[in-house]
Design a protein. Structure first.
Length: 600
């Protein structure tokens, strides 16, 4: 059924609406509803749960490929617009970013294809069927003929600028939202798709952003005495508020509005720092258009990444230090703009971990190629020499922007885990005055190839991984990773620099390990044991802040296991291993409970 939804339509069509049962509670580690104790249990009065945590978390990519419930507005995790025949379902509309539709500067459709095809977007594609059931509200301005297919079958008009669709049983198909006509002179825009459920709070301007609750549209959980469950339709930031992105940061950071889904926030509360490398542009694109960055936050996709405003707001809400990876070819102008922005809007008690170029030593990578060419043009002796020069410039720009608060900038030098001579080599190139105050390596261990899904293959996998049945502990993949950690820790100690890890846990070669085998292996208790041992080895070697890579599975990034398969993962051995380590190992290095150490 298609209904014409226009700005000046006042019709309210409520017939044929299905009754939707609230989503049953199926929480993974860290996603239980917030337990509060009355009206004084507002977040501003609470101690952050991560204050003594030794672990950071690299976030899965932002947008349509993520299996997390990152935002309350599902349009932010929708795929890019595409053209398709109007009778297509989600499985037939499989070419995001294609078509002859015309868009305005903010990404909204102003003209449909001339061949009478529809244009639309797929929702919940990354979730693989793990997303909330219930009633979804569509908020918009302008007008269009809208339809849905897949897990939802009809659109119901609820009046001016408001409509809804119902999802009874989520599946991997997700929902296809289609536009078949636009209102003349007033095309639909500022579209939001608001998830079922709500958030607890004392008032609508004093919200607990971690507290998911059930409303008549769906959701799970209840609020404590003295608190009210406010439907997301009232509590979520709207398009007019998000157009001014500075206002957006204030509203979200001070808990006057919600932007991030409470279940997503709950899953991250225990982590000291958050890694945002996969929230920026695709790795093949370096320079970000500031005009595009400032466009309406109500419509950005994986192709565009997440605005700085969203990164700052998430860091502020979670009281987590952001770890920022600056692309190799970033301009001085962009460095100054980003430094100024973070100085203005990031909470004053938070530090920033700053790295340049990622794993720049990998032959054939864009960072390595860029640095090699730049070194040749500047007559420097190697790409590593350019790396040091550019990292120094970057650090100076950021510290200058922060002025008296320059100690909040923690400049990190990345080193190749397989090359324990790299720290001393960089020190020599820098004449013993490096532009970084911290070293960081990968502490990950390689998951071996799997020959099959039978018990013998599973046992062989873990023998190769951890030792056993003809594989000594030293020869195992885990043993080799342990040796790399110990060697790099010794190298860092030799130059008197702290050592961090920007990644830990198992790493896969996609061509070697089949998806069906991965699922069997990740459910094995030996996987949790291996991750726990990986963390313990790191602590024993004297390492400091350790990141797990990454927060959840991601359809676009297949080289590792996420801590959660999906936002509703209730049996994750990986997440449980991380939780247990945090609970039994409060951070052990000086200054880890919030104080920053001055850096050179």
């Amino acid at each position: 059924m298609k209904l014409f939804l226009i700005l000046f339509s006042a019709a309210v069509l409520l017939n044929n609406c299905r009754k939707i049962s609230p989503e049953s509670a199926s929480y993974g580690y860290g996603t239980e509803p917030e337990l509060t104790t009355g009206t004084d249990a507002i977040l501003s009065n609470q101690t952050p749960l991560n204050i003594h945590s030794p672990l950071g978390m690299t976030l899965a990519g932002f947008g349509s490929s993520s299996r997390e419930w990152q935002t309350v507005d599902q349009m932010l995790q929708a795929e890019d617009w595409q053209e398709f025949t109007c009778d297509a379902g989600p499985n037939e509309a499989d070419a995001p970013g294609t078509g002859t539709q015309i868009l305005d500067a903010e990404g909204w459709i102003t003209q449909l294809p001339p061949n009478k095809n529809c244009v639309g977007t797929r929702l919940f594609q990354g979730a693989q069927g793990s997303y909330p059931s219930g009633r979804y509200l569509i908020r918009f301005t302008g007008g269009a003929t809208l339809s849905v297919s897949g897990d939802a079958s009809s659109v119901t008009s609820l009046g001016t600028g408001l409509a809804a669709f119902d999802v009874a049983t989520p599946s991997p198909s997700g929902v296809l939202l289609a536009i078949s006509s636009l209102a003349a002179g007033n095309p639909i825009r500022d579209i939001q798709v608001i998830a079922p459920g709500g958030v607890c709070g004392k008032t609508l301007s004093e919200l607990l952003p971690f507290s998911y609750c059930r409303t008549d549209r769906g959701g799970s959980g209840t609020c404590a005495s003295g608190l009210t469950c406010f439907d997301f339709s009232k509590a979520a930031i709207n398009s007019s508020e998000s157009t001014d992105l500075t206002n957006f940061v204030t509203l979200v950071s001070t808990h006057q509005k919600v932007f991030f889904h409470p279940v997503f926030l709950q899953s991250l509360r225990s982590y000291k720092s958050l890694g945002f490398k996969d929230w920026f542009l695709k790795k093949s694109n370096f320079v970000r258009d500031r005009v595009a960055l400032d466009s309406n936050i109500a419509h950005f996709t994986t192709d565009h990444g997440a605005p700085w405003e969203a990164i700052v707001a998430l860091s502020n809400v979670l009281k987590a230090d952001p770890w920022l990876t600056q692309p190799a070819s970033i301009s001085n102008e962009m460095l100054r703009a980003s430094a100024s922005f973070f100085k203005t809007w990031l909470d004053a008690e938070l530090a920033i971990y700053l790295e340049y170029g990622g794993e720049f030593w990998i032959a054939g990578s864009e960072s390595r190629d860029y640095m090699t060419l730049a070194a040749e043009m500047l007559n420097l002796q190697s790409y590593e020499a350019f790396y040091l020069q550019r990292l120094s410039t970057m650090a100076n720009v950021w510290k200058s922007a922060f002025g008296a608060d320059a100690s909040r900038i923690q400049t990190v030098g990345l080193v190749n885990a397989a090359d324990a001579t790299m720290p001393s080599r960089l020190m020599t190139l820098a004449n013993q005055v490096p532009p970084f105050a911290l070293l960081a390596m990968s502490a990950r261990f390689l998951a071996p190839a799997a020959e099959g899904n039978d018990d013998g293959s599973i046992n062989s996998f873990f023998d190769t991984l951890s030792g056993g049945s003809g594989v000594t502990a030293e020869e195992s993949e885990f043993g080799q990773a342990k040796k790399r950690i110990q060697d790099m820790a010794a190298a860092a100690t030799a130059i008197n620099l702290p050592l961090l890890a920007y990644g830990s846990g198992p790493a896969f070669s996609p061509e070697l390990t089949a998806d069906d085998f991965r699922e069997i292996a990740r459910n094995d208790e030996r996987t949790g044991t291996a991750v726990s041992q990986n963390l313990s080895v790191w602590k024993e070697a004297g390492g400091r802040l350790l990141f797990y890579d990454k927060s959840a599975d991601d359809a676009a990034l297949r080289s590792s296991w996420g801590a959660l398969r999906s936002q509703q993962d209730s049996r994750s051995r990986l997440a449980n291993a991380l939780r247990e380590f945090i609970e039994t190992n409060p951070c052990w290095w000086e200054g880890c409970s919030g104080e920053t150490t001055p850096t050179p």
